[in-house]
Design a protein around this ligand. Structure first.
Ligand code: ZN
Length: 241
């Protein structure tokens, strides 16, 4: 069974659709896992939620989801993120607000611990370094962890440090060593590569693979300008920063 793993979609429906298309180009995806921050920054919050609902995605809560649902204050957000959060809240249906507010902050499935930030602080802590990875492993019995939040696509295997994907992506085998993987951000990558990022887990080969997909960045940028979202959030999409 192939599981699509996405994170930090940030209301970018054009990027999300490109990821679905890319992930299913050769083989079907039977399951979707979302690691939070479906909301914030981008122009299409409801469309992104509906696309996940349609695919019965298993999702956890990110800090931007909590802010959009009004269960977390935006006082720790920068001015652009806070403005986008306020705009997002106004777009949501009652059902969407309730759904976002009720998302769990961590989940354990058959294969992974799912958490947006880290097991130390599910909504806010960032896993950037190998020391952070070791700390995350120490807080769970699960051998393999999936995180989002940093918008950086990488994986880590015990003893091997942080591994970043090359031009052909990256394959991470599960089983021998503990792993922690960040699929990267669908809707606002920050690792210098503007393409949408995602991962696929195949439970037969027990392999996690990291991928990128091109999407129509200018279409999302136009929709953001039409919605009156802050300019720095628009221009950064071209840079992947
Ligand atoms: Zn995010």
């Amino acid at each position: 069974m192939r599981t699509l793993i996405v994170s930090d979609i940030h209301s970018n429906i054009v990027a999300l659709n490109a990821v679905f298309e890319s992930a299913e180009e050769y083989d079907p995806v039977e399951r979707v896992i979302c690691l939070g921050d479906t909301m914030g920054y981008g122009p299409a919050p409801m469309e992104c939620l509906e696309a996940l609902w349609e695919r019965h995605a298993v999702s956890i809560q990110g800090n931007h989801d909590a802010a959009a649902a009004g269960t977390m204050s935006t006082e720790h957000f920068n001015v652009y993120a806070a403005a986008a959060a306020e705009w997002t809240t106004a777009q949501l249906s009652g059902e969407a607000t309730e759904y976002l507010a009720g998302l769990p902050d961590q989940l354990i499935d058959e294969s992974f611990l799912l958490v947006h930030g880290s097991p130390k602080d599910p909504l806010w802590d960032y896993v950037f370094t190998y020391d952070h990875v070791i700390e995350a492993w120490a807080r769970t019995e699960r051998s393999d962890i999936l995180v989002g939040h940093t918008h950086l696509q990488f994986s880590s295997e015990a003893g091997l440090g942080i591994e970043r994907p090359g031009p052909d992506g990256l394959n991470i085998p599960l089983g021998d060593r503990r792993t922690l993987t960040n699929p990267g951000s669908v809707g606002q990558p920050r690792d210098g590569d503007p393409r949408a990022a995602y991962a696929i887990y195949d439970d037969e080969s027990r392999m996690v693979k990291l991928y990128r997909a091109w999407y129509d960045i200018s279409a999302t940028q136009r929709a953001m300008a039409d919605a009156g979202l802050p300019e720095p959030l628009i221009s950064r999409l071209s840079l992947g920063k």
